[in-house]
Design a protein around this ligand. Structure first.
Ligand code: SF4
Ligand code: SF4
Ligand code: SF4
Length: 377
């Protein structure tokens, strides 16, 4: 039998030192080890947030979880608890987006999640707008702001995400890698789920203007899709609906983005310049186009272009300006190679062409981690 956990009651800010003892302090160390953007940081905003996200009992269970998927029995054995007592807590946590779960080989497993990508996104995928959702959106935002203020702007040396170009706008004379074709990912996976865009929904909950952009555009694949649909309020979509959703995103001027690997991706995001956590972070870098890029660049046709400037307004990183000859010119340090300029051009005057010398993306997570390590030396 496990020892009963110490009883925690809701405490005021003045009583915080008592509250922070033990389980939430341990949770801080656990979330630091799980890494990723906005990992644990010992600041008051961290405790404000985690005390809202996790009950003390859930925090203790979170602290016992591994990043490796495990059965209830394995978790119970390692943490010296009873499986029958642990299972309902884990089930409730999975449904609250506090840990991931899936069935593999007929056995259910649970897995500890980092804040990002993970627990933060999981909170808002159902697109709910309850008072608690609003509270959480504000607490997460406050934590991120305080984290950024404490750490400063971190230099991105090696990208963990990449832009996937609007492939139908790639100049037909070029060989197009399958990993540059969004439809490849739709074709590859049998299980596809769509959820509410976390970044825009969180902004909406905070009362910000989300510019009428599509909300239900976060695509998840395979096991991640199953979890999202089963527990987080996402829904399954077929391949044709997923493709239509990508078309809608392109019309709205959203950027296709995924993990910077080519063999397996779990998600395909459709991101904007104002609220996307990835894009806004990249835009803080001195040369955003050098670290967040599709490997393509726009080519403007002088015979078709009527100098209307629509592409300049649509360009997410503000990389375009009208050149002396009334033809748009892209700044290579800012251009993402996304193709948003091309999809908005009424004259079909823009095509994408490969960027000379641009390195191919890592094939898998192992290569991605090796790239990250090499860049930090
Ligand atoms: S990364 Fe992009 S699509 Fe994904 S949640 Fe953020 S803005 Fe939405
Ligand atoms: S949207 Fe098309 S026509 Fe208008 S300025 Fe851009 S390239 Fe030229
Ligand atoms: S110019 Fe702007 S819209 Fe066009 S590909 Fe570059 S970043 Fe995208």
């Amino acid at each position: 039998m496990i020892k009963p956990l110490a009883r925690f009651d809701h405490k005021s800010t003045q009583e915080r030192p008592l509250m922070n003892s033990a389980v939430y302090k341990e949770l801080l160390a656990v979330m630091q080890k799980r890494r990723g953007p906005y990992a644990g940081l010992d600041i008051p905003e961290f405790f404000d947030l985690v005390e809202e996200l996790f009950t003390p009992e859930e925090a203790a269970v979170n602290n016992a979880l591994s990043r490796r998927p495990e059965t209830v029995e394995e978790i119970a054995k390692r943490s010296n608890r009873e499986p029958g007592e642990l299972r309902p807590i884990l089930e409730a946590m999975a449904s609250k987006g506090l840990c991931a779960t899936f069935v593999a080989g007929g056995v259910r497993r649970y897995q500890g999640a980092p804040f990002m990508p993970g627990i933060f996104e999981y909170q808002f995928m159902a697109g709910r707008e309850t008072p608690r959702d609003r509270k959480l959106a504000n607490l997460i935002h406050a934590y991120k702001k305080a984290y950024d203020a404490a750490k400063g702007i971190e230099k991105i040396r090696f990208p963990v995400t990449r832009v996937i170009p609007v492939d139908k706008k790639i100049d037909a004379g070029n060989q197009i890698h399958t990993y540059d074709q969004v439809a490849t990912y739709i074709e590859k996976y049998d299980s596809i789920g769509v959820g509410t865009c976390y970044c825009r929904h969180a902004a909406k909950l905070r009362g910000e203007d989300i510019h009428d952009m599509p909300m239900e555009v976060c695509l998840w694949f395979g096991r991640a899709a199953d979890y999202m649909v089963e527990r987080l309020g996402g829904r399954k979509v077929g391949k044709s609906e997923a493709l239509a959703l990508l078309d809608r995103s392109e019309e709205a001027g959203l950027i296709h983005m995924s993990r910077n690997t080519t063999e397996e991706i779990e998600f395909l995001c459709n991101c904007d310049r104002w609220h996307c956590e990835v894009v806004t972070k990249v835009l803080e870098q001195p040369k955003p186009g050098r670290i967040f890029n599709s490997g393509y660049q726009p080519l403007f046709d002088p015979d078709r272009c009527v100098s209307c400037g629509i592409c300049i307004d649509r360009c997410p990183p503000g990389a375009l300006a009208m050149g002396e000859d009334e033809l748009p010119v892209a700044d290579p340090d800012r251009c993402f190679g996304c193709g948003v300029c091309a999809t908005g051009c009424p004259e079909e005057a823009v095509l994408l062409k490969p960027k000379p010398g641009f390195p191919p993306p890592p094939r898998n997570i192992k290569e991605l981690v090796a790239g990250l390590k090499a860049s930090s030396r």
